[in-house]
Design a binder for this molecule. Sequence first.
Ligand code: SF4
Ligand code: SF4
Length: 431
Amino acid sequence: MSTHDDLDSALPLGAELPEGARFIGPELGAMPAWVGDDHPSAEDLSSCVACGLCLPHCPTYRLTGEESASPRGRITAMRSVAEGTAVVDDTFAGFMDLCLVCRACEDVCPSHVPFGRMMERARAQVEPLRSRRARLLRWLGLDVTLAHPLLLRTAAFLQPIARPFLTPRMRALAPRRTSPFARLPAVTEPPAGVDVRGTVSILSGCVQDRWFHQVNLATIRVLSRNGWRVLVPREQRCCGALAAHNGRLRSARKLARRNAAAFAGADHVVVNAAGCGAHMQAYEELVEGASLPVRDLMAFLSDEGLAETPAHPLGDGRVGYHDACHALRAQGIQRQPRAVLREIPGLEIVDLANGDRCCGAAGLYNVLEPEMSGRLMREKAEAVRDAGVGVVASANPGCTMQIAAGLRELGVDVDVVHPVELLDRAYGSSP
Ligand code: SF4
Ligand code: SF4
């Protein structure tokens, strides 16, 4: 029987292999080629066992068949840099940039590889390589405009004037309706006669509040109608998801700190945008002590239960449901929004063909990688068209814009709305 002493004095595993042969792994004494502290950790990288089970679920691998466009290929590229056998260069940047960060791989991975976190950190390594112009635009958009409500209001105000100067892709995506001056009430009490169940604070969001303000209003009406006092903390800012996904972690950390302070003491931070919710649930990974009690709106309504059953049926009652990757994959939310919508009398949920596939929006991906994004957008729009519904529900502003643009391109007239808007209509609060 071996003792601890025997084990301590034993040769390292593989030391007796013939000369030149070695286990897969770093050369002894190899130095990682990362720059700075923001890079995928050795622990995260070593969690992948290269089994390949994630490959068929990865949209970019499905469409290209390239190992380098697969989760395993991307992790291999990261490992090569970590092991000092490759550097962060344009090829590495190309592999990382084509990823949607949809986290389909993470969802199906038996080793629970935290792919989203690794990708954000790998992109932080790529950021300094970008051209001066690209960095300037990212700084202006992600670090400055999204983080400053006044600049966002100005962007929303100027959008109709700037529309002719936008790229065709951006023009196709940008919703025509904007709300540059609208402001949500700081406090909304439940209506008279409704028992108060508690207090929630909501994230108003950056894009959500200026381009989908009506979704925030519906969110407040539905929550208060169900007995929740709704607070909208004035000090909150953009959640920082777009900055983090694009490797701008300094900016993402600043926003996380700001929001952690703005929402401090909240019983529940309710978020109606899947991407923002998924990102805020991981604040602690970005900034120690920034964790918040974040709940997805539709999951919250389902888990807490509706205090009032909606009474008004909607149209023909058939509604398509689009699962945003950051709800389905990152938060495991699928059943809850359907359960809530089924409370609407006569409503039938129509699941879309290949409904677990990404629509290709992925934050700024639809602008930065138009070809891949366009292919995924068409597939999703065709699935909606083939479902034969007049309405499709989507709980993420990026997906909503992408699917609406895809449907316009196909010439199909389908209304794309947030599920809470359907609930709000069924309560008779909005047309
Ligand atoms: S990421 Fe997970 S599923 Fe994919 S190859 Fe690695 S261990 Fe396997
Ligand atoms: S996040 Fe999505 S696109 Fe990126 S590797 Fe994973 S499955 Fe593929």
